[in-house]
Design a protein around this ligand. Structure first.
Ligand SMILES: [Zn+2]
Length: 87
């Protein structure tokens, strides 16, 4: 029988699907009987999901996006200090 400590140490491989079928079965069985680890694995999955989405979104933008944000901010600031039609 799997213990909670063993479960959490294998959680990463379990979520990534890297465990052997017998290990996976042991993990699933533990999830059935252990509320604590069920909550743990749910939180872990959400974290992995967010990280993967972040990774994907960082694939392209960087420099051009920063420049665009800078320009937009500069424009807003210029509009504030020199409102159109005030000069
Ligand atoms: Zn547990």
């Amino acid at each position: 029988m799997l213990k909670c400590r063993e479960f959490t140490s294998l959680a990463s491989e379990y979520v990534d699907g890297q465990l052997s079928p017998s290990r996976r079965f042991a993990m699933r069985f533990h999830l059935l009987i252990c509320n604590h680890c069920r909550r743990f694995i749910r939180g872990w999955r959400q974290t992995v999901d967010i990280l993967k989405r972040l990774e994907r979104s960082q694939a392209e933008p960087s420099e051009s996006l920063i420049t665009r944000i800078d320009d937009a901010l500069a424009q807003r600031l210029a509009e504030r200090t020199h409102p159109p039609g005030a000069g």
